[in-house]
Design a protein. Structure first.
Length: 169
């Protein structure tokens, strides 16, 4: 399963002393095909790709959307499909390193629309308040069924820094 990320990205959350932060990412798949140097393999995050043909859903391609540090609490995650993918059977799920569909089960990329976290997804009904991360992780998009080649997608996650695990009292 190929795992991609945007070139050089690392763990980061904008600090907001008043509470939540909304992380946002716009992904234009056709633009990434034209400019593969914007992407890297997650295993070599500082080495730009020299070629890219789309997110191969038949191989279960993963795109790391947001790198989050330990102590982060994610309360919601979602996406908006600005432009449908021309490979109309392509699906996308939102999750993390524990569950590829933890935040959103597979949705078709065949039409404009939006989807977001619901409490009946893989993390279950007990996680209405969110998921707390004791170790750094990534929030990911999992492409399946067919190769995404033209979708325009907006992703977001509502997060806050819940605790600092480096502090010991």
């Amino acid at each position: 399963m190929p795992e991609y990320q945007f070139l050089g990205e690392t763990n980061a959350i904008t600090y907001d002393a008043f509470g939540y932060t909304v992380m946002k990412k716009y992904v234009d798949v056709a633009d990434l095909i034209l400019h593969p140097e914007k992407l890297a393999l997650a295993s070599a995050p500082n080495t730009p790709l020299s070629s890219f043909t789309g997110f191969d859903g038949t191989a279960g391609a993963v795109l790391n959307l947001f790198h989050i540090p330990a102590g982060t609490i994610v309360t919601k995650m979602g996406m908006y499909i600005q432009a449908a993918d021309s490979a109309t059977t392509t699906t996308i799920a939102l999750g993390d390193g524990t569950s590829t569909a933890g935040f959103m089960a597979a949705e078709a990329l065949d039409g404009a629309g939006h989807s977001m976290t619901i409490v009946t997804d893989a993390y279950g009904t007990d996680l209405v308040c969110g998921v707390a991360y004791s170790a750094a992780d990534t929030l990911d998009a999992l492409f399946a069924v067919a190769t995404a080649i033209s979708a325009k997608l907006h992703f977001w996650a509502q997060v806050f820094k819940g605790f600092d695990i480096t502090s010991v009292v």
